[in-house]
Design a protein around this ligand. Structure first.
Ligand code: HEC
Length: 195
């Protein structure tokens, strides 16, 4: 009986240990992925802003934010050796598709209360996937299209694409939303096994 208990508890400990390992690995991978993804978006937005001005950059973001997100998910899955998917969510969103879903809402609420000086990550585990949430804060350059005092050409262009644009009136340091990195658990286990 004691032997069985010992055996069972060590199996349990082993499973628990593996689970912690997966979560830790998911956090590390998600940090790399979300940082890279935000860099890709910012660089694309900045180069269009410089070459074509705010009108061209808004047109670019409208047509490319989604395809670029899909492309970056595929690229980073290959680079980091796990199947992952990226998305951006916000309560004060511009694109209607970026509003958080029912499972995102409570986590985004928690994240919105964290201090921008000490950004925090949230992790939620499901049977087949791990979702990692990374907060996004407003920087100076973002104000050109998300700030309080928008240029009238910017307003005109935004109104053209977004009927119910809630992503205006932000200040530097405001909580803007989050990047969600969804990691497929099977591919993560395979990756850890091959380490
Ligand atoms: C040239 C204008 C422009 C600038 C500058 C800009 N954005 Fe945006 N942003 C947009 C547009 C347009 C969308 C909607 C894209 C779409 O339709 O998918 C958007 C969408 C977003 C979203 C997705 C959530 C939502 O509201 O739909 C986030 C998050 C975001 N921007 C953050 C930022 C941050 C952070 C910065 C600064 C680093 C920034 N943006 C700078 C134009 C801009």
């Amino acid at each position: 009986m004691r032997k069985l208990f010992f055996l069972l508890s060590s199996v349990f400990l082993f499973a628990e240990n593996n689970q912690t390992k997966s979560i830790e690995a998911a956090k590390k991978i998600a940090l790399v992925a979300s940082t890279e993804y935000l860099k890709v978006l910012k660089n694309a937005m900045k180069s269009h802003l410089m070459e074509k001005g705010p009108k061209g950059a808004i047109d670019y973001c409208n047509k490319n934010a989604y395809p670029l997100t899909m492309k970056t998910s595929v690229k980073l899955s290959r680079k980091l050796h796990v199947r992952l998917k990226l998305k951006r969510i916000s309560f004060k969103n511009r694109n209607v598709a970026d509003y958080p879903n029912a499972t995102d809402v409570p986590i985004l609420k928690e994240l919105s209360k964290t201090d921008p000086k000490h950004p925090k990550m949230y992790v939620k585990e499901y049977p087949t996937r791990i979702d990692v949430y990374q907060p996004i804060y407003v920087q100076k350059i973002c104000l050109r299209c998300h700030g309080k005092h928008l240029n009238k050409d910017v307003v005109k262009e935004l109104d053209k694409y977004y009927e119910n644009d809630k992503a205006r009136g932000y200040k530097v340091g405001d909580f803007r939303g989050a990047v969600v990195v969804t990691i497929d658990k099977k591919s993560l286990e395979k990756y850890l096994h091959n380490q």
